[in-house]
Design a protein around this ligand. Structure first.
Ligand SMILES: C[S@@+](CC[C@H](N)C(=O)[O-])C[C@H]1O[C@@H](n2cnc3c(N)ncnc32)[C@H](O)[C@@H]1O
Length: 442
């Protein structure tokens, strides 16, 4: 019932999945085991919604859109359990779905729900793409990703990487944290976490990144409360590595909230120098302030500032990070609902991103470094913005990224820009490009 309520809320009110689920779980006060099951079903259905709908459509005489939201989501939950989950025996999944239909005052649909689920249960080829489907349609069905997006990725990243990332986005997401190196080493933190019963392992390529294996609610871990780490995906940590800030530097992070990259950068700086971390929204600036306080990072100065408007700076910066607002496709693995965003929303981002990048570039001192990044995976927001910037700003030149080759696509090795794909870098999807401001001749 809890997963159904949360799915209905997502469908009818269009919320963020993590917040919607948290709200539903809090209200229901379930046992730990039931909470885990409700979460798995909720996220499973969200992630696989397009596949589930295609299977339901192939086994129902009534069109999905004509069903009541309750019946539609009960069927999605039922089909998910039949085809993707081994936690519930198939006959129990069907029986429970029928009971749920009755409990939702949809008794007249009980027979229909039973018939559709039994038909899916009998169909051993339920998970085969339609005969004659083209590549984009096949991948769209198999990995529950809209066809427009699959087609865009196929064109831009090719078949192997598109299928690789679609698969990777469906893996259970893992928690990656950044060691607060101003307070502990990775080895020390591993020992402290083990003492608290939290299993963790260092990343193979970045020793300041740890993967937590049985973390639960991170905020409850003592080491977190003592400011010994913050949660940050590997891709964002690599972005900070590319920014390569040094102790004593002056750094601007123009779109900084909630602050993850500002914190890692301040740690690279050993908390010496000045890191001005800006965001458009006051409530989000407070997140930067509270995070920096917990981590004991005093060089972080957070303030409200609109990065799309020129700003006066007392001095130019050694490093400027421009981690712009974006469509967010790289985060699909953690926020499955992003994949269903309407494609027309994409158009507003590139002009805004380009404008922010141009304005941020004015803060870079000659010889200084500018890093442009997004957590999205579209050429319009990524390569096109970065390359347009370079072609229209002759005072900036590409700077080769110094990142582990194993985490990069072969075509990005030795380049000033990289697209991190989840099946290669084992991180969220991400894009970054680095550019140096030329020093005028003496
Ligand atoms: C991708 S997020 C930044 C993530 C951040 N760098 C981190 O690592 O935690 C983009 C941020 O840009 C902020 N933002 C949106 N429009 C902005 C603007 N015009 N000026 C400054 N910040 C803006 C959003 O509030 C959001 O916090």
């Amino acid at each position: 019932m809890v997963s159904l309520q949360a799915l209905l809320k997502m469908e009818l009110e269009d919320g963020y999945s993590n917040l919607v689920l948290d709200g539903a779980l809090k209200a229901a006060k379930l046992e730990k085991r039931d909470e885990a099951l409700a979460s798995a079903l909720f996220y499973g259905v969200l992630e696989r919604r397009l596949t589930l709908d295609a299977v339901i459509a192939a086994h129902s005489k009534i069109k999905i859109k004509k069903m009541s939201p309750q019946v539609r989501n009960i069927l999605r939950l039922g089909v998910y359990q039949l085809l993707f989950s081994d936690k519930i025996p198939p006959s129990a999944a069907v029986d429970e779905s029928v009971k749920l239909t009755r409990a939702c005052r949809q008794a007249s649909a009980c027979g229909f729900v039973n018939a559709v689920l039994r038909a899916v249960q009998r169909d051993t080829a339920a998970l085969s793409p339609a005969k004659g489907a083209g590549l984009a349609q096949r991948l769209s069905f198999l990995y529950s990703c809209p066809q427009w997006l699959v087609a865009l990725w196929l064109k831009h990243y090719g078949e192997v990487d598109t299928e690789g990332m679609l698969k990777a986005f469906l893996r259970p997401s893992r928690v990656c944290v950044r060691v607060n190196t101003t307070r502990v080493t990775g080895e020390e933190l591993l020992r402290i976490l083990a003492g608290e019963g939290v299993k963790a392992r260092p990343d193979e390529h970045l020793k300041t990144a740890l993967w937590l294996e049985n973390a639960g609610a991170v905020e409850k871990i003592g080491a977190f409360q003592k400011g010994l780490f913050h949660v940050q995906d590997l891709a964002s940590q690599l972005c900070c590595q590319a920014l390569d800030a040094k102790p004593g530097d002056t750094v601007f992070d123009v779109c900084a909230a909630p602050g993850g990259k500002a914190f890692t950068t301040a740690e690279h700086m050993q908390d010496r120098g000045t890191l001005t971390a800006c965001d458009l929204y006051e409530s989000r600036v407070r997140l930067i302030e509270s995070g920096a306080k917990r981590l004991g990072l005093t060089c972080v100065k957070a303030r409200v500032q609109d990065a799309s408007k020129p700003q006066e700076a007392p001095c130019l910066a050694d490093r400027v990070l421009c981690d712009v607002p974006c469509f967010g496709l790289g985060d699909i693995g953690r926020k499955p609902e992003i994949r269903y965003k309407m494609p027309d929303l994409l158009a507003k981002f590139p002009p805004m991103q380009y404008n922010i990048l141009c304005i941020a570039s004015k803060l870079v001192k000659p010889g200084g470094l500018l890093v442009y990044s997004t957590c999205s995976l579209t050429p319009q927001e990524n390569e096109e913005v970065a390359e347009r910037f370079l072609s229209e700003h002759p005072d900036f030149v590409p700077k080769t990224l110094d990142l582990p080759d194993a985490l990069l696509r072969p075509c990005d090795r030795g380049s000033h820009r990289a697209t991190l794909l989840p099946h290669i870098s084992q991180s969220d999807g991400f894009f970054l490009a680095a550019m140096t401001r030329i020093k005028p001749a003496e």
